[in-house]
Design a protein around this ligand. Sequence first.
Ligand SMILES: Nc1ncnc2c1ncn2[C@@H]1O[C@H](COP(=O)(O)OP(=O)(O)OP(=O)(O)O)[C@@H](O)[C@H]1O
Length: 727
Amino acid sequence: MNGDPFSAVADKHSEFVDLQGLNKPQYEAVTTTEGPVLVIAGAGSGKTRTLVYRVAHLVDKGVAPESILLLTFTRKASQEMLWRAGRLLNETCSRVVGGTFHGIANLLLRRYGSHLGFDSSFSIIDRADAEGIVNLLKSSLGLGKKEKRFPSKRVVVNMISGAVNKSMNLETLVQEQYGHLLDHLEDIEKLRRHYHDFKLDHGLMDYDDLLVNLRRLLEESPEVQQTIAGRFSYIMVDEYQDTNLIQADIVRLAANESKNVMVVGDDSQSIYSFRGADFYNIMRFPKDFGDTRVIKLEENYRSTQPILSLTNNIIENAAEKYTKTLFTSIEGDWLPKLFGGRDELEEASFIVQTIKKLIQQGVEPANIAVLFRSSFHSYKLEIELTADRIEYEKRGGLKLTESAHMKDMIAFFRVLTNPQDTLSWNRILLQLEKVGPATAQKISNTIAGADDVLYTLQNYRAKTTWKEAFDRLVLLYEKLLGAEQKPGMLFEIALHYYQPIFERLYSDDYPKRQKDLDQLKGIMEGYEELQSFIDDTALDPPEQVNAEESCMDRLVLSTIHSAKGLEFDAVFVMGLADGRFPHASASYGEQWEEERRLLYVAATRARKYLYLTYPRQLMTPDRQFRRTGMSPFLSEMSGGLFERINGTGAGGYGQREQISLEEALPVRKKKTKKLQMEDFSVGCKVRHPFFGTGTVKKTSKGRSLDIYFDRHGLKTLHLDYAKLTIL
Ligand SMILES: Nc1ncnc2c1ncn2[C@@H]1O[C@H](COP(=O)(O)OP(=O)(O)OP(=O)(O)O)[C@@H](O)[C@H]1O
């Protein structure tokens, strides 16, 4: 051994986990188990692999799996990492505690929340519920009745939540971001207070409360703080660049016993500041924890060099970043392509035709992704794909539980776990014929003060017009309470009651909605316990996919946010037009920079082929066409990093312009002999990577050729540099 820590790989620190598959900094991050560690990881540099190995290595070293906490951005991410760690070592890794900040906060608050005066049966409300409550309070307080410009429920919730997540006071937030609504500040403050009290009175917590209350618990109850900090002696946090200040405080407080905390992040991939994420958390970490070991992962294992050169160039122009230089040893000479179509239709046709060719060339559909900024940007593309019978899976759209009929159904289960959840009672009561909002509210209020909700309902004096329906509901509640059944069985009981109501309420399209109920049934059957089902659907709702249609081998259409952490052989980033990306409302500065990082995240998903596309014409909201250019992020890229392909200018790409399409495709590598002057003659057809097809007009005694290109005119090119192909 030569004193090089990396040579210790040969010593096999781990008994069973083979650490040879790690590079030097990855190895250092895996084996530096004691003390604070900050891993600055570039895109595709093996963050996930490092976390997986670290979990397995810790367990292998003898650390109790239950004392390891792995915090990830989605629940699925931690499940996958623990599964992979299990494959490296053994299934004991599944006992590691993994989940999102919100998920872990939920578990800890149910367990220790009584120290703050919370009942363990609180319900978690989602965004739509929060807006519903604000709306209710707005009208009961008589706010915004005469005043047309009073902010909508959506904007009020944005303000309340924004102030919490950005750790700002409401007044500053309104001043800075909603200056035009400053006149309403007093009423907004009032609404916030009432919203806060309403949640407390009804045993409700929104997403922000979960984090805020966990931090309070750790700060205000030294006993609980010690228990939690003592329980988790090794903490790891993924995607640290997307945490907010409250989450950073939680990490600090939970890790302050052992200080064995590793956070992993890439400041260049921070794309959630609109939700309060603060990428300075990464910069601050070494200050929060003294003696932090900073490790940089800079070798990219995902993309070819031309793709990496382009993505490095995108982020080079960022205003602020941790300096890291990504490199790769994956060779390749296929340059990323930039396509500008006449309009969205031509952009979509180009993508569809190229996808078809890629599939013909053997790229698996599931290894191709089309990424966009907002879900509706893929609308034209979806029509084109359907016309061409190309199946796809769309991600990042509506969540399954966001639709009204699903909320209806879930409400039955929510009142079982929290009988005081009047929001759900209100929803259930409004399903009854002849029961209007005032009656529903009156009954809900009675329930809110009741010790025994079933008894209160059984003795409620219903009006004859709705008594029969009400009695049926009370009977259902009694049945569900007495069932003591697994979630799957509870679903059957509730559906039996709800089906006729469902068919009446959604008489227009209930057959289409029915498949969601079937999907819900499948999901509930997978749970042993109702509370976990309720928490998971509130915290990490599944996406709306057709169960029987969902399969693994489809082309992926996804918002960029939902493609975080994934990789594909071929990636199309579409809609890169000025005014669309960055978004027209993005102001110069922070928002602009976040949009740049969003493009960076999208482009770094590509392994071998990257296509950046944009329409040169966009439809405005008033259905006018507006000419536009490419995104400023593209126009500021250095030349030579991509090849440009232009559309036909006539719409319907592909039928007319086969040649550009060929240029767009990866060329199967053939061993070609170096071309000599003798191979060319006047009239010979050639192709140039940038100028397209042309005809040789003159050959010289030296090594230069005069070629007339269909789209670029006469050029004199040197044979050694021109990369010509004879057609
Ligand atoms: N040491 C290594 N040797 C070989 N392949 C590696 C190594 N480290 C990572 N990889 C591979 O590189 C790819 C990217 O790794 P991973 O997904 O862990 O990156 P990441 O840092 O999480 O990426 P991103 O932040 O961009 O989502 C994966 O296919 C992974 O298997």
